[in-house]
Design a binder for this molecule. Sequence first.
Ligand code: TTP
Length: 191
Amino acid sequence: MRFILGSGSPRRKELLAQLGITPDAITPPDIDEDPKKGELPRPYCARLAREKAAAVVAGADDVVLCADTTVALGRRILGKPRDAGEAAAFLTALGGRRHEVITAVAVRRGSRIWTRESVSAVKMKRLSDAELNAYLTGGEWHGKAGGYAIQGAAGAFIPWISGSFTGIVGLPLAETAALLQAAGYPVWRQP
Ligand SMILES: Cc1cn([C@H]2C[C@H](O)[C@@H](COP(=O)(O)OP(=O)(O)OP(=O)(O)O)O2)c(=O)[nH]c1=O
């Protein structure tokens, strides 16, 4: 049994390492991440995690793990910003309000697939021009859903969360460990 991480996200690799798991292979799938017309954030996020898991090439006994993190502002899906201008628009929209961060995890072994979602609520303070400009210049918005990373400088913009910190960063570890065990992966084997 090989463990295949179907994700190019360094955060997911690091979070797996917290469980003592080092993937045998890392093969990020290339799928279309555009939402369907009228698609809501939660079903969108779950669909993407499943599609990523289905797209990874693996042997019948291999365990494949994929995930998707989506920031939801009401019914609006905020993906990874295309440029600094879009990141600024996202952060301005998120400031002074509560939003949700959804991470869907999909584990596949052969033709079987197990999925779970983690939903967290996040409050971001309204950003001053100086805060917004400094954050954009720092570049941490790049490649992050909603244009921020709670595990970096944006932690200073977030006075409150309810949910799963690891889920917000990109891989909820409680759900992930449960899914891996369901798929027969020995998460808690003795070293
Ligand atoms: C909200 C938030 C997101 N993120 C990151 C996690 C994900 O890497 C990214 C969301 O994009 P995803 O599409 O979920 O993942 P990815 O493109 O980085 O990698 P892959 O599809 O290959 O698995 O945003 C943080 O690191 N911190 C945060 O606080």
